[in-house]
Write a protein that binds this ligand. Structure first.
Ligand code: PBG
Length: 331
């Protein structure tokens, strides 16, 4: 007997042709995996580019409606709205968050009018409305007060739901707010308004460009470490997710995205619920900076990074590259 001179199995065999690679692909990214975050500006016909997010603009309400139609036409199922509240309307008590005619409520109505088939997600948190840039109400020492903030968040969620939001997404990291919001929505007869909890949201250096986009960077005093999670922790993320699910969250989110694929995988395996990731502003900016520096090819990086979220266990991804990705995917 001569010794076999060939490998028993050649792993490269199924990789040899495009048709074969397609046939054995374990995960497939489609436009329906994408949620498109959009920033809203005051005015009419306004497109206001954000310098730290090249290629992303704030749009006035009339143009948000156009973006919603584009999302529908490309098969993107959901958009997420974030307002850049005028400076003069930002206060200690964030009362503009509760104005039924505030920027985000007007944008929700315009988007739902223009493209009712597209889901609209709204952020429940006070940072675009506070004079200090924190996500809640602060005491004299600057500490974000949990239960007082939660009371305001409940009202904010009700106002957004009344405007037509399909999903309210608490991104504030206060304890107990999911239960409070769920109970209030039920009392208000809004049984089918979903809650996507930013369950594992880390105090991250990757949010910088977002804070420019919503105009809170210059205002923010200190950091958000007393409410957002420490990036050293993973078990704590599982406890956060367990709590939010017990309180009535329909879906959960991990944020940021790419540096936290391990958290996504653990949440998916432990809870077997729909998990979403937010590929945040700093991640988008990193990709764009690499492209601008000639280090990498945009289209390939975008599709690879988004497919990695699927592989990690995500049902979908919030990404500023949603429109580009949907086009590349032939939506
Ligand atoms: C607000 C909020 C933030 C993001 C989404 N909702 C910023 C923050 O917590 O400071 C970040 C999104 C991004 O960076 O793209 N609570």
């Amino acid at each position: 007997m001569t010794q076999s001179s060939f490998p028993a199995l050649r792993m490269r065999r199924t990789r040899a042709h495009a048709w074969s690679r397609a046939m054995v692909a374990e995960h497939v990214l489609t436009a329906s995996d994408l949620i498109w975050p959009l920033f809203i500006a005051e005015g009419q016909g306004v497109e206001d580019p954000i310098s730290t997010l090249p290629g992303v603009s704030r749009w006035s309400v009339d143009l948000i409606a156009k973006r919603a139609v584009e999302a529908r036409d490309l098969g993107i199922p959901c958009i997420a709205l974030f307002p850049n509240t005028p400076r003069g309307l930002r206060t200690e008590d964030a009362r503009e968050a509760l104005n039924p005619d505030n920027l985000i409520c007007r944008a929700v109505r315009a988007a739902k009018d223009a493209a009712p088939e597209v889901g609209v997600l709204t952020d429940v948190a006070l940072d675009p409305y506070t004079a200090h840039g924190h996500d809640g109400i602060v005491d004299e020492a600057g500490y974000v007060l949990n239960d007082r903030t939660s009371d305001v968040l409940v009202e904010q969620a009700l106002v957004q739901a009344a405007a037509g939001a399909d999903i309210v997404a608490p991104s504030d990291m206060m304890d107990g707010r999911v239960a409070a919001i769920r109970a209030a929505l039920e009392r208000d007869g809004r049984h089918n308004v979903q809650i996507m909890a930013y369950a594992a949201k880390y105090a991250s250096a990757f949010y910088g460009p977002f804070r420019d986009a919503v105009g809170s960077r210059g205002l923010l005093k200190g950091d958000k470490k007393t409410y957002q999670m420490d990036y050293a922790n993973a078990e704590e993320a599982l406890r956060e997710v367990a709590l939010d699910l017990a309180e009535g969250a329909d879906t959960v989110m991990v944020k940021p995205g790419m540096p936290y694929l391990d958290i996504i995988r653990r949440v998916k395996e432990r809870f077997e619920v729909p998990v979403f990731a937010y590929q945040v502003s700093g991640e988008y900016a990193m990709i764009e900076a690499a492209v601008a520096a000639g280090c990498a090819e945009r289209d390939a990086m975008v599709i690879e990074s988004l497919t990695a979220f699927k592989r990690a266990g995500c049902s979908g991804v919030l990404t500023y590259h949603a429109m580009l990705a949907a086009r590349l995917l032939g939506g």
